[in-house]
Design a protein around this ligand. Sequence first.
Ligand code: PLP
Length: 358
Amino acid sequence: MKKHNYSAGPCILPQEVFEKSAEAILNFNNSGLSILEISHRSKDFVAVMDEARALALDLLGLTGKGYQALFLAGGASLEFLMVPYNLMKENGKAAYLDSGTWASAAIKEAKFFGETVVVASSKEQNYNHVPKGYEVPADANYFHCTSNNTIFGTQMKEFPNLDMPIVCDMSSDIFSRVLDFSKFDIIYAGAQKNMGPAGTTLVVIKEEILGKNGKTIPSMLDYAKHIKAESMYNTPPVFPVYASLLTLQWLKKLGGIPAIEKINNAKATLLYTEIDRNPLFKGAAAVEDRSNMNATFLLNDEAHTPIFDALWKEAGISGLPGHRSVGGYRASMYNALPIESVQVLVDVMKDLEKKVSK
Ligand code: PLP
């Protein structure tokens, strides 16, 4: 039986992506070759890369607006250093919002390149909210933020208006909600949540911000080189890019980001309503910052843990335990998770209440 997969990533993908990927592994496009063995320079794969790059921009509403999409390797973590390498000037500075473990990891890398100003941090409160009311130094070369804090279950609902490039790590909520994506100059996201298997990272760049820091950048870390080579500077992660294309095609067919946003809102409302109603549970994140992708919650009485764990496992749920830095539970409700799976979890929570109150 297929599990209700709440894993924070790698995670569930649409069923048709699994099926079409399996077909392509055996015989890609009826070529008599597997997607795992075709040359990345073959006509068929160049078409995959071109379509994936174009479709990513299309879904984000960025076609024809001076943006380029790249599918790179190295994970979102490599972008933590590619961003400062490409944008921070000699003796320049960068501004960062510290809203979680991944934001803090990005800050650590930026510090290798120059002055890194943390404009606000919620670290002291174990990142249970997104800091607000901060000021960004006007002379910063760019501002970096994390739209969704995967570990803590918080999500930025608003983004500042600034006269400098805005860089956003959207690894765990890209393509999940309607935003004015043209507000951002670099968006990056590891594929393994809302887009595909691990192994590739989507980087969307407003081309005009590049080449302004007067630095010589090693080729593999230079966004301009990757753009010039049409995301084929070296051998790209062929299979993850193909599976990502299939997911983007699925999303396009569904009606794009506005359609998935409605579904994601319905899923999040269903689960948070139960977390707030059920006296056995409490949410871990500040209500106003709750993430629609990763819902973090705790049992009020830890003595109920064994029975709750047994119930959700019996119901075919997997990947529910919270990250060790928060504890409790984390339900990751990425785009491909059906609302029926959320209903199964809610039913289990209700079932626990009945069993405990007997
Ligand atoms: N940024 C965020 C928001 C994440 O959730 C993660 C991983 O979960 C990362 C960055 C790191 O991604 P990667 O493992 O692809 O380097």
